[in-house]
Design a protein around this ligand. Sequence first.
Ligand SMILES: [Zn+2]
Length: 257
Amino acid sequence: MNDEQLLRYSRHLLLTEFGVEGQARLRGARVLLVGAGGLGCPAALYLASAGVGHLTIADPDLVDATNLQRQILYRADTIGSAKAESARAALRDVNPDVAVMALPTRLEGAALEQAVAAVDVVLDCSDNFETRHAVNRACVGHRRPLVSGAAIRFDGQLAVFDPRRPGAPCYACLFPEDTDAEALRCAVMGVLAPLTGVIGAMQAVEAIKLIAGIGEPLAGRLLLLDALHGESRIVRIARDPHCPVCSGNTAAQRGAA
Ligand SMILES: [Zn+2]
């Protein structure tokens, strides 16, 4: 690290658990964010400002006026531009050290597999079950830790699914793919602006912990936040031994045996 970087990251370097080694790990890390909306914007801002070396941001949408209430990477004058590109420009202004790759497309199929395989940690910041399940499948297949966040109305959720850990559940163990879950979209249900910031920032916290190898990740646990009543709780997520997505995961089976 040069003098400028020692200064920029000095408040991380002061953390004994983190230090120079943790910062070096961040610098060498690659993170994929699927979705650059209410969750992806704050998560990406914190990952970039914290010094994660490589960010890949995938989002097929264009910025519109309804996004500005909570999607804090965008400005009135970026309405109409591709979110992924607009996010890259904004993040470069925050920290030119960070290499940001913008994917202004819906990540699916081979492109999704490739993007997941190329990174150390994946953040699911999407807003629909189809994408969530596709990302989960790719993470299980490539054994990449998945930091999953969701926010709707006044309710937030956060969980880490790490297929490298013995006995680890996956997203589909919690929300089976075949359940007839009606997609709850912010466009229909509404969402409190800063709640997406809280959950997105917590996704960044979990990603940084995973990269730096510090603390205890929120793995196999689901944090539920009721912002309207100021209440939160954590529930354990059981691995489904018959889960069609992860039951072939040998690490998970070892833990269950
Ligand atoms: Zn599973």
